[in-house]
Design a protein around this ligand. Structure first.
Ligand code: OAA
Ligand code: MG
Length: 542
């Protein structure tokens, strides 16, 4: 990358996008006024990466590693991405799920340096003015949260900002979206978490959450300000509570370039996992019956996308939906229940009420169970044994995050099913050995989708993010799983290859965007080359 760099001296060393630290060459040091400001030796970026690997290996807890990496990101962005991309399978659990969850919980205690933008509802009417303080004038991606449902950890108020920061780091590290186009945003509308409100260190607005019309108007103002300042920007909604996530998506999906990662990204990764699982079991999608633990928007998002995919295989949509049953805190969602929200009703079963999950498994005989409940351990021995009795290869997907909220561990699923489970989880688990055979659990996490979706939208300047784009993405993930992966039980591409996998998914989605005429750049001859050509590489500017 060749850029015009005018900064000199300490300004250069303190600009994370330009800083090379000890990798500045002798000539750069002489011409840029930084001679004497660094120790004399100049080393390569490879050596810097190796030094950081060693430094990280010496820390004994993941939160410390998170802090070291986030300080590095604030100091030397290129090196931060070079480290992440040198070993994504090792570093993703640090900058992302599960460690990012702990970082959000402790946000106020560990706050070091600012990143992204904080928009408090107290400043309603001034959002455009405040947003224009952001130094970059061409923003293409905003990941925004209001902090109400951070992973499965609940309302973390302004501390939820860790999630947009982590997600956007993966846009770059996993799919090559250049970091200068990315902006993390926290909408601070208050918090209902009393521990935070009582904590003198809490950094957000000290008030309860604003609801209703005032909330809606605030979100409207935000979307309008983004549109006005950054007309090519895609807004990704992240970790909103159901009560806001569903209506926000409905309100904007056909008006601006936007999507909800927890609803649509998670749905696509689940569908990809199903397609992989079916290659192991040798069955068809339309033969499956799924029982979801959890009835929120992640559950209905997955259920709907699976239903759409079943419909594409010739099943009528109502039958397809009836093969996706939801079970929440009040039991199986059946037609006679009067408490179901509109978005849950399509999946209500024509069945007598059932209040125990294991009983629902026995009654409905699902081929797969999918956990999106945020309640750990509910896929207990009884549930998994029942699944293993019904199915030769039971599909067990505990998708709740972080690890502490997972409905079961990989070890439990494999052990209680005598190694027959087809398993994937939202948060990472290490390989498991049962009776001399090693199983590699896949991570059914939307990280296989959102960075690639981002890269496709970035390269094509897509006007919209449509539902079909997620089906295309799911297929593109699944088609990369090799027979060798499947032999170890792995139904997703290996994380060590996530950049390659995401560039492939981005290419497929970009083809679709061009086919549908929703791109704002003209169709190139070679779409793969377009994607690869626009992808960020962690090399220092010269
Ligand atoms: O962040 C993750 O690991 C996946 C996700 O979107 C969530 O759990 O809300
Ligand atoms: Mg999320």
């Amino acid at each position: 990358m060749s850029v015009q760099i005018t900064a000199t001296g300490y300004d250069l060393l303190r600009d994370p996008r330009l800083n090379k630290g000890t990798a500045f060459s002798d000539i750069e040091r002489r011409t840029r006024g930084i001679e004497g400001l660094l120790p004399p030796a100049s080393i390569t970026i490879e050596l810097q990466v190796a030094r950081l690997h060693a430094e990280l290996a010496n820390l004994d807890n993941d939160l410390q590693k998170y802090l070291l990496l986030s300080d590095l990101q604030a100091r030397n962005e290129t090196l931060f991405y070079a480290v992440l991309m040198s070993d994504p399978a090792s570093f993703m659990p640090i900058v992302y799920t599960p460690t990012v969850g702990e970082a959000c919980q402790k946000f106020d205690e560990i706050f070091h340096s600012p990143r992204g933008m904080y928009l408090p509802i107290s400043e309603r009417g001034r959002l455009r003015e405040i947003l224009s303080n952001w130094p970059q004038k061409d923003v293409r991606f905003i990941v925004v949260t209001d902090g109400e449902r951070i992973l499965g950890l609940g309302d973390l108020g302004v501390g939820g900002m860790g999630i947009p920061i982590g997600k956007l780091a993966l846009y770059t590290a996993c799919a090559g979206v250049p970091p200068q186009y990315c902006l993390p945003v926290a909408l601070d509308v208050g918090t209902n978490n009393q521990d935070l409100l009582d904590d003198p260190l809490y950094l957000g607005l000290r008030q309860n959450r604003v609801r209703g019309e005032d909330y809606r108007a605030f979100v409207d103002e935000f979307v309008e300000a983004v549109q006005a300042l950054y007309p090519l920007c895609c807004i990704q909604w992240e970790d909103f509570a159901n009560l806001n996530a569903v209506p926000i998506l409905e309100r904007y999906r056909d008006k601006v370039c936007t999507y909800n990662d927890d609803i649509q990204g998670t749905a696509a990764v689940a569908l990809a996992g199903m397609l992989g699982a079916l290659r192991i079991s040798g069955q068809k999608l339309t033969e499956q019956r799924f029982l979801f633990l959890g009835g929120g928007s992640a559950a209905t998002g997955i259920a709907e996308l699976i239903s759409q995919a079943m419909a594409l295989e010739g099943m009528d949509i109502a039958t397809a939906r009836s093969r996706n049953a939801l079970f929440d805190i009040k039991g199986l969602m059946v037609r006679s229940r009067t408490d179901l929200a509109e978005f849950q009703k399509p999946f209500a079963q024509d069945h007598a009420p059932i209040s125990v999950f294991a009983d629902a498994v026995k009654a409905l005989q699902p081929t797969g169970i999918i956990g999106v409940s945020t309640v750990p351990k509910l896929f207990n021995q009884q549930v998994i044994e029942a699944m293993a009795e019904i199915n030769e290869r039971p599909i067990i997907f505990p998708y709740s995050n972080p690890t502490s909220r997972s409905e079961c561990t990989a070890e439990e699923a494999y052990r209680w099913s005598q190694g027959r489970a087809i398993f994937a989880s939202g948060s990472p688990f290490p390989p498991v050995e049962i009776a001399g055979k090693t199983f590699v659990p896949g991570q059914g996490n939307n990280v296989y989708i959102f960075p690639a979706m981002g890269m496709a939208v970035f390269a094509t300047e897509a006007k919209r993010v449509t539902e079909e784009m997620f089906i295309v993405a799911a297929r593109a993930v699944a088609e990369q799983v090799t027979d060798q992966n499947l032999a170890t039980g792995l139904i997703y591409p290996p994380q060590s290859q996530i950049l390659k996998a995401s560039l492939h998914v981005a290419t497929r989605v970009a083809e679709y965007i061009f086919d549908k005429g929703i791109a704002r750049v003209s169709r190139p001859h070679d779409i793969g080359a377009l994607i690869r050509g626009r992808a960020y590489r962690p090399v220092y500017p010269t």
